[in-house]
Design a protein around this ligand. Structure first.
Ligand SMILES: Cc1cc2nc3c(=O)[nH]c(=O)nc-3n(C[C@H](O)[C@H](O)[C@H](O)COP(=O)(O)O)c2cc1C
Length: 204
């Protein structure tokens, strides 16, 4: 086995798990340690360290998904409301959630310092957020937990409710919410387009 094989095997093992339980076979302290290690070592442009994370577990997770459900389903009716409520109930049934943010104050400050990259910093910020999300997602998978990546925090009214409920700085912008728990069932089938069509190699 080469040095990167174990890492790439872990990358391939990470999957979207929608069916999760309100149990965790992984101790809370271990989940917390994984998140701290991921936040510390995931790279950011100019090493600005703009990523922020909130971990909610147990009743705090129930509180999170209750407020998301109330906010998202407001004004919905009939079958559509039932469908959305059903989907949200699946996330609400989990053990915890990892909330990912980027601190806009950090982005604004670096933009003032390097205005030449004004257009790039927001892009690099979302790139950094994605790297961190992947590190956390893969690490939770390796511990046996199931997780998925959700974006309800992109809705301003949901973001406002989350900020208020957890007393978060207003400069923290939600990039994703990752509900997790022990898997209730295996992930669904995944199809792949030929990787040869997606990667070009030139060598002389
Ligand atoms: C950047 C990104 C955004 C995603 N957003 C959502 C989302 O909002 N809701 C959702 O259910 N899944 C979301 N997913 C999960 C993808 O649908 C999933 O990763 C993809 O279908 C591949 O399946 P896999 O995760 O099992 O490998 C997202 C994944 C990525 C990488």
């Amino acid at each position: 086995m080469s040095a990167s094989d174990a890492y790439l095997k872990a990358v391939a093992t990470r999957r979207t798990h929608y069916a999760i339980t309100n149990k965790s076979s992984v101790p809370d302290a271990k989940i917390e340690a994984i998140i701290k290690e991921a936040v510390k070592h995931s790279p950011t442009s100019f090493n600005i360290q703009s990523s922020r994370v909130v971990l909610v577990i147990g009743a705090e997770n129930t509180k999170l998904w209750k407020l998301i459900t109330e906010t998202v389903t407001k004004g919905l009716e009939g079958d559509h409301k039932t469908h959305v409520e059903g989907r949200l109930a699946g996330f609400s049934a989990g053990y915890g959630s990892v909330l990912f943010f980027e601190d806009q104050k950090v982005i604004d400050d670096i933009t003032v310092k390097f205005p030449v990259y004004t257009n790039e910093f927001p892009v690099w910020s979302t790139n950094a957020a994605g790297i961190l999300q992947h590190v956390v997602w893969t690490s939770l998978t390796l511990e046996g937990l199931g997780a998925s990546l959700q974006h309800y925090g992109a809705k301003p009214e949901v973001a406002a409710a989350i900020h208020q409920a957890f007393d978060l700085p207003t400069t923290w912008t939600s990039t994703a919410i990752m509900p997790f728990g022990d898997p209730a069932s295996p992930p669904g089938e995944k199809t792949f387009t030929p990787v040869e069509d997606r990667v070009k190699v030139f060598k002389a």
